[in-house]
Ligand binder design. Structure first.
Ligand code: M6R
Length: 607
C-alpha cells in the first residue's frame, strides 16, 4: 500500500521527478515520505513525517542532487509514522524503499544484530537493507547480494534498491506487491504503478511474481524467480500526465463523483447494442453450464458484488455466493472446479482479493475479474477480464469505480440471464432501455445538490447514524454508511431495514439520524412500515425516495430528497450518487481531509 518510485538518468538530477512520482502515488499512503539519491557515489537522504508537502518543503530548503534515486510514500504497517520509520531505510552501503510486509523480519533482525548490524527503526523493511549489506560485506556484487537476499525474505514486497558507489544502477524486485519498469530516453524508471510514471513515460513493463530487475539509464535486465533472464512485454499505457488533475474541483472525490454520468454513458456505449444486446469480452465458460457463481471483493467493491448477487439470482437464475475476500480462504471455502469466480477490484492489487483469486484458481475454478486497472496483478492472473474502465480513481473513497462496477456486473447478469434462457427479451429490453436513461438522470441528481449540502451541516453534528435499505437498496445502505464513516469519521451502520427490530432499534432515539433508501419499488410497503417503527421511537428519518414514494411514506419524516423515478433493477446505481455527495458535504462540514482520510490508503496491498 505504500508507493515507490525510482529513476536512473544519464544526465539530470532526479529528486524533482521523484517527488512528482510520489505525488501520483500519495493515494497509496501518506503518513510519511522520503527520497534518497547518490551524490558523487555517496548516499544522501531526506525524509519527513506527514503528507508529501512536508518532504517537498524540506527538499526546497535542502535540495538533493543526484542522477539516480528512489522515493517512497508510506502507509505504516510496522512502526508508527515517524521520521526514523519513514523510508528509505539504509545501511552504510544501500538505501531501499519497500511496499509490503516482511513476515520473518524479527528473525532476520536478531540474526543481523548478532552480526553487528545497527538498526535505527522499528520497521520490517530495515532488515532487508542490512541483509543485502551483509551479502555485500561478503564481497558480492549488488546483483549477487540482491539475488542472495531475496530468497531469505518471507512475505510480500516490491523493492527499489540504491547502492553506494553505483551511480548507474537501481535494482527492483517484486513478490506479492506490484512493480513496473518505465522506459525513457537516456533514463529508466521503477514505479508502483504506471500512473506514477505517466509524466515521464507511457512505455511500461510489469514485473511478474518473483522477478527482479537491474536497471541502468540505458537498459533493464529482468531475472525471473529462478534467476534466469526473462523477457517481459512492454505495454503502451495510454495514460497521460493530464489525467490525474483535479480540474476546477476542490477535491478528487468531488470530481470523480461528477464524472459518473459520462463514465456510465461510455460504459453503456461499449457494452450494449441494439434494443437489449450486451457486448462483453469473450468469457472462458458458457453461462448455461454454471451451477453456482462466487463473488469476492473488499470494501466498496464487495458491496458492488453484493448488489450483483441480487441481479445474478433475479435476472439470470444463477445461485450466487459472495464473500468478503479477507475471509474467503480462511473459511475454507469449498471450491467446485466447474463453477466460476468473479473478483471485483478497482486497483486490481488488493492483497486479500488476490489471495482469494489464487485460492480458487489453485482449486481449478475459472476466474473473471472486473477491474479498472488493466495491467494489474488481479487482471493478469484472471482467465478473463471485464474492464470497468472508469479512468484513474485517485480519491481514497471510491465513487465512480463503484457505479462503473455496478454497470459491468449488471450487464454480465443480463447476458447470463439471456444465455441461460432465464430472462425474457421484454425484461432485458426494459432494463437496457432504463440503463440508457441513467446518465441523464444522474446528471440531474448531481446538479441539484443544494439540499444535500444543507442537510450535511446537521449530519456533521451527529455521533452515529443508520443507513437502511431492503433488497437492492440494502448493499447500497452498507456502501452509503462506508462512504460516510470513511471520510467524515462519523460512526455509520448499514442495515437491512427489516433487521433493525432484531436489536439495533435499541440505539434509535431523537438524536439518531436514520437514512432510509426507499424508492417506490416492490419492497416499498415493507420499508415504509419499518420507517413508521422508527418514527414511533423518535428517530429522525432522512428519506431518499421518488415522487410516489414521497407521497406514500406517511407522516413524521424529518428530511427527504426526491429523486427521479427509475427502474427498480437499476435504482442502486442512481441512488449511489446522492449518498456519495452526502458523505462528501458532511466531511467538508467537519473539515476532514476528504481525499486522504486518516489511517487509510487507496490500494491495500497487504493482508
Ligand atoms: O481496489 P479495490 O477495489 O480492490 O479496493 C477495495 C477497497 O479497499 C476499497 O473499495 C475501499 O473500501 C474504498 N476506500 C472504499 O471507498
Amino acid at each position: 500500500m505504500c508507493g515507490i518510485v525510482g529513476i536512473v538518468s544519464e544526465k539530470r538530477d532526479v529528486a524533482e521527478s521523484l517527488l512528482e512520482g510520489l505525488k501520483r502515488l500519495e493515494y497509496r499512503g501518506y503518513d510519511s515520505a522520503g527520497i534518497a539519491t547518490l551524490i558523487d557515489g555517496k548516499l544522501a537522504m531526506r525524509r519527513a513525517t506527514g503528507k508529501l508537502k512536508a518532504l517537498s518543503d524540506k527538499l526546497e530548503s535542502d535540495p538533493l542532487r543526484g542522477h539516480v534515486g528512489i522515493g517512497h510514500t508510506r502507509w505504516a504497517t510496522h512502526g508508527r509514522p515517524s521520521e526514523d520509520n519513514a523510508h528509505p531505510h539504509s545501511s552504510e552501503k544501500v538505501a531501499l524503499v519497500h511496499n509490503g510486509i516482511i513476515e520473518n523480519y524479527r528473525d532476520l533482525r536478531h540474526a543481523l544484530e548478532a552480526k553487528g548490524h545497527v538498526f535505527r527503526s522499528e520497521t520490517d523493511t530495515e532488515s532487508i537493507a542490512h541483509l543485502i549489506t551483509d551479502f555485500l560485506n561478503m564481497g558480492m556484487t549488488p546483483q549477487e547480494a540482491t539475488a542472495a537476499a531475496l530468497p531469505c525474505l518471507d512475505g510480500a514486497f516490491a523493492l527499489a534498491v540504491l547502492f553506494q558507489d553505483h551511480n548507474n544502477l537501481l535494482i527492483g524486485a517484486r513478490r506479492g506487491s506490484p512493480l513496473a519498469i518505465g522506459y525513457g530516453e537516456g533514463e529508466m524508471y521503477l514505479g508502483s504503478d504506471a500512473l506514477a510514471l505517466a509524466p515521464m513515460t507511457n512505455r511500461i513493463t510489469y514485473l511478474e511474481e518473483g522477478d527482479w530487475v537491474e536497471i541502468t539509464a540505458e537498459s533493464a535486465i529482468i531475472h525471473d524467480k529462478h534467476g534466469d533472464i526473462a523477457i517481459r512485454a512492454i505495454h503502451e499505457t495510454g495514460l497521460s500526465a493530464l489525467e490525474i488533475g483535479k480540474g476546477t474541483y476542490r477535491h478528487y472525490m468531488l470530481k470523480e463523483i461528477f464524472e459518473q454520468p459520462v463514465v456510465i454513458g461510455d460504459a453503456l456505449e461499449t457494452m450494449t447494442f441494439g434494443d437489449y444486446q450486451i457486448a462483453l469480452p469473450d468469457l472462458p465458460f458458457d453461462w448455461k453450464n454454471i451451477r453456482r457463481l462466487s463473488i469476492v471483493a473488499c470494501g466498496t467493491a464487495y458491496y458492488a458484488g453484493m448488489t450483483a448477487r441480487y441481479w445474478f439470482e433475479q435476472l439470470a437464475g444463477l445461485p450466487t455466493d459472495f464473500d468478503v475476500a479477507s475471509e474467503y480462504r480462511y473459511r475454507g471455502a469449498l471450491v467446485d472446479p466447474s463453477d466460476v469466480m468473479i473478483v471485483i477490484s478497482q486497483s486490481g492489487e488488493t492483497a486479500d482479493s488476490l489471495a482469494a483469486l489464487r485460492y480458487a484458481k489453485e482449486r481449478g475454478q475459472k476466474i473473471v475479474s472486473v477491474v479498472n486497472v488493466q495491467h494489474s496483478t488481479i487482471a493478469r492472473e484472471s482467465d478473463a477480464i471485464v474492464p470497468s474502465l472508469c479512468g484513474p480513481e485517485i480519491s481514497v473513497a471510491s465513487t465512480k469505480a463503484f457505479t462503473s462496477q455496478l454497470i459491468v456486473l449488471l450487464c454480465m447478469a443480463l447476458q447470463a440471464g439471456e444465455k441461460r434462457g432465464f430472462l425474457s427479451t421484454d425484461k432485458a429490453t426494459e432494463i437496457v432501455d432504463a440503463l440508457r436513461g441513467l446518465p441523464s438522470k444522474m446528471n440531474d441528481v448531481l446538479r441539484d445538490d443544494n439540499r444535500l449540502q444543507e442537510v450535511a451541516q446537521n449530519i456533521a453534528t451527529t455521533k452515529a447514524i443508520f443507513y437502511l435499505g431492503r433488497g437492492l437498496m440494502y448493499p447500497l445502505a452498507l456502501e452509503g454508511a462506508l462512504k460516510l464513516k470513511e471520510i467524515s469519521y462519523i460512526h455509520a451502520e448499514g442495515y437491512p431495514a427489516g433487521e433493525l427490530k432484531h436489536g439495533p432499534l435499541a440505539l434509535v432515539d431523537e438524536h439518531m439520524p436514520v437514512v432510509v433508501l426507499a424508492p417506490y419499488d416492490s419492497l416499498f410497503e415493507k420499508t415504509s412500515s419499518n420507517v413508521q417503527e422508527i418514527v414511533a421511537r423518535g428517530g429522525r428519518i432522512h428519506l431518499f425516495t421518488d415522487k410516489v414514494g414521497h407521497a406514500n411514506i406517511g407522516a413524521g419524516i424529518t428530511w427527504s430528497l426526491v429523486l427521479p423515478a427509475i427502474h427498480e433493477a437499476i435504482a442502486p446505481i442512481l441512488y449511489a450518487a446522492p449518498l456519495q455527495l452526502l458523505a462528501y458535504y458532511t466531511a467538508l462540514a467537519k473539515g476532514t481531509d476528504v481525499d486522504h482520510p486518516r489511517n487509510l490508503a487507496k490500494s491495500v496491498t497487504v493482508e
